[in-house]
Design a protein around this ligand. Sequence first.
Ligand code: C5P
Length: 230
Amino acid sequence: PRLWLIVPAAGIGQRMQAEQPKQYLRIGQRFILDITLSRLMDSAPFSGCMVPLHPADHWWPDTEASGDSRIQTCTGGAERAESVLSALHALAEQIRDDDWVLVHDAARPCLHTRDLSNLIDQLYHHPVGGLLASPVADTLKRAGTGDLPEVLETVDRKNLWRALTPQMFRYRILVDSLEAALAGELLVTDESSAVEFSGNMPVLVEGRPDNIKITVPADLALAGFILSRF
Ligand code: C5P
């Protein structure tokens, strides 16, 4: 099977409180999206890469990636799952059912090459696929709502993991799972949750906890620091 890459970049990054979506913020001189894409494309033999963009995106032409003939773009959707599905549909002509699709957040520039190759090596012969994940380090509380929510219980963190990306699935399983999840209006915040809903069991490959998703302003400085130590 061949390897394909999807990097959803159609989000508007509401939680960053910035002018532009977070994937178009810069660390040093470069767009986060360019750091992410070059790291991935230089580290594994992808047959192609699809980047879903927001319909009103006008930053893409300014990226380094826009000059890379291996990378194509398509129009994303209102939800992350719709963006990924639109990219999968855009690949339909070239891809085979048992080919691998890796989906990686544009906003995760701190992926280590070793984690990427480890994910691919560990899953390459698996029938379904899986994802990078990191064991939960903090004590977890379930709480009510409001400004000062009351603790309802402490959740046992044994066997609890943070889902990271890349997430790597067989093409047919991923398309069918996402279509079913969207049709059923299920809550899908990552590819794995859709695959789980379809009755398949993804596996976890332990990855580095510093593969952070840039979400709030403080994450930007943290990502810059992590990248400076690569
Ligand atoms: O908003 P969140 O941090 O979960 O976004 C994760 C990734 O999914 C980001 O790279 C974002 O650009 C992408 N996304 C997308 N289409 C959406 C929402 C998010 O491609 N409608």
